[in-house]
Design a protein around this ligand. Structure first.
Ligand SMILES: [Zn+2]
Length: 301
């Protein structure tokens, strides 16, 4: 009897280990075949765009997410469009920043953080979006993405704000810079506690309104900054707002559901537009940093 029970136990163990290895085989084959899923097969938290019908990666562990870089799915363009700027910035931008000028090195750090963080946040969010850890993990990834955008809007805007207020009296200058910092912190709180996509977009409204006021200051005779940078100062916000609007309206996939799942959907277009917007921010900031290094305020006013 004992021997039979032992045999049965052994048989059971063998069967269950066979089942586990069979399950693993199926899972491995699933990944190897790079099976992509339909919108209706996805969990609710990943069904945020009902017009993108196919190309969804199955839920997977972190390694499966990383491996998804090597095959085509409906997040590939989103991952690639923000991975390339990371490499490009790291290879080219640090060499041209004024690190040696003590009063500008803080702004140089702000600039590098401002143009790098949105792509790092976005890359992490899009790559690990299909992590099998449920909506909570997805929400954390969304916050990482939002944090990257926030760094760009707060720290990244610092050189522009410093340049605009550069030659103003100390108290006014301090008041404007502190106001922008406080509005940015409020925006961060809102961004990290927002639940809907629209709420998330509106988090950046107050710092944006303040930037409009700073544009006005810039075109007046009392505002500072390189006049040649003005078009790019304007473009950095206009292009990113236009990109955000396209993303929010789900155009063109709303008109052609299922036809732009892999390429040219609203999020792909928005990604490229925000890269263009940050390129404008970079161009304007380089001009402003250069302007601050050579301007004589008493002569400028
Ligand atoms: Zn994105």
């Amino acid at each position: 009897m004992m021997i039979e029970t032992g045999d049965e136990l052994l048989l059971h163990q063998k069967q269950s280990s066979k089942e586990i290895s069979l399950e693993q085989d199926v899972e491995n084959k699933y990944y190897k075949k790079k099976t992509l899923l339909h919108w209706k097969d996805m969990p609710q938290h990943l069904q945020f765009n009902p017009h993108i019908l196919t190309g969804y990666r199955p839920l997977s562990n972190a390694w499966g997410c990383v491996n998804s870089i090597w095959y085509l799915h409906n997040e590939t363009i989103n991952i690639v469009t923000h991975a390339i700027p990371i490499l490009y910035i790291l290879l080219t931008v640090p060499q041209i920043l004024p690190w040696s000028q003590a009063d500008l090195s803080f702004l140089a750090w702000c600039h590098i953080a401002g143009i790098l963080c949105p792509w790092i946040g976005s890359f992490i969010y899009h790559l690990f979006m299909n992590l099998h850890r449920g909506p909570k993990a997805y929400y954390i990834l969304l916050q990482v993405d939002m944090l990257g955008i926030w760094v760009s809007q707060s720290f990244g805007a610092m050189p522009m704000i410093f340049a605009t207020t550069y030659c103003l009296p100390y108290t006014i200058k301090s008041f404007l810079i502190t106001s922008y910092c406080l509005l940015s912190i409020w925006g961060l709180y809102k961004a990290l506690t927002a639940w809907s996509p629209w709420e998330r977009r509106l988090c950046f409204l107050m710092p944006f309104i303040m930037r409009i006021l700073l544009w006005c200051l810039r075109i007046s005779s009392i505002g500072g900054g390189d006049p040649a940078a003005f078009t790019h100062v304007l473009l950095q916000d206009v292009v990113s707002i236009a990109g955000g609007a396209i993303g929010a309206l789900h155009i063109p996939e709303k008109w052609f559901p299922g036809f732009v799942d892999m390429y040219l959907n609203s999020h792909n277009i928005m990604h490229i537009m925000v890269v263009a917007a940050v390129y404008s921010m970079h161009t304007a900031t380089m001009k402003d940093l250069n302007w601050m290094s050579r301007v004589n305020c008493s002569a400028a006013l």
